[in-house]
Design a protein around this ligand. Structure first.
Ligand code: DGL
Length: 267
């Protein structure tokens, strides 16, 4: 069991922000990544469609005998309570909200996310459950994922900045001191977002926060890959997508600064 892989999925590039952190903090773990690029973006789909995609992704990863599944997607994570798996599953929402609650000093937290995550109210209700005193300002940013995906390897800085400004203006005015990047695609443009939010607003990257939860769980349940760790062997990462593998590979290599192989699968 310990040597089995950690399964990770998202609609596309966003999940790679989680892969980067996994490789950094759990370098001995083997990972299987699935990007449902044929169906992206997820954020503008209905709840039932998202659940249907998620169930297929989970069952693909289960067939690879992963030891646990990381839902590296705020949109799918919003419905984790409606999903089942024969291995433990983790979403990015709770750790991100807990971290925001820890570091806010004025109890005013902002969340940017996809339209579907916004409609599910997942971030807002999680934050309010942590502490009733916390105020949460949510903003859906429907254009960001399509823009990040369609032009990641081109210079689209100006158009992205225009949209970020447009989406962030009202929640910045709402006096938040902490902002959750509630979609895993957003840390890809972390620098552009922080240029607009400025130094006073602290940004939370959910792909980083989930790692703490995962490490605690794996330590407690003896799930670490002790073979690789003892022999100081780096874990492997296998990449699978449902859409065009070359397109994904080009963007992913740029983002990860690494050469990778990508296999297309039909679910
Ligand atoms: N990266 C995903 C999320 O965290 C999915 C975004 C999308 O495909 O719209 O929500």
């Amino acid at each position: 069991m310990n040597e089995s892989s950690i399964g990770v999925f998202d609609s596309g590039l966003g999940g790679l922000t989680t892969i980067k952190k996994l490789k950094q903090y759990l370098p001995h773990e083997n990972i299987i990544y699935f990007g449902d690029t044929y169906n992206l973006p997820y954020g503008d789909k209905s709840r039932d469609t998202i659940l249907d995609y998620a169930r297929k992704n989970i069952s693909f990863l289960e067939r690879q005998h992963v030891k646990l599944i990381l839902i590296a997607c705020g949109t799918v994570g919003s419905y984790i309570n409606l999903l089942k798996s024969n291995v433990p599953m983790f979403d990015i929402i709770v750790p991100a909200c807990e971290r925001a609650a820890e570091i806010t000093t004025n109890n005013r937290i902002g969340v940017i996310c996809t339209d579907r995550a916004f409609k599910s109210n997942s971030y807002k209700s999680t934050i309010e459950n942590i502490n009733k005193k916390l105020y949460c300002a949510q903003q859906a940013c429907p254009k960001l994922v399509p823009l990040i995906e369609s032009s990641y390897n081109t210079d689209n800085t100006d158009i992205l900045k225009t949209f970020i400004k447009y989406y962030l203006t009202s929640i910045i005015r709402d006096d938040i001191d902490t902002l959750i990047l509630g979609c895993t695609h957003y840390p890809v443009i972390h620098n552009l977002i922080s240029e607009i939010t400025g130094e006073k607003i602290k940004l939370i990257n959910p792909s980083k926060e989930i790692i703490r939860t995962l490490i605690e769980y794996m330590n407690f349940h003896n799930l670490n890959n002790t073979h690789n760790r003892t022999n100081n062997i780096n874990g492997t990462v296998e990449y699978y997508v449902s859409g065009n593998p070359d397109e994904f590979r080009q963007k992913a290599q740029l983002f990860l600064n690494d050469n990778i192989q990508v296999t297309k699968v039909r679910l």
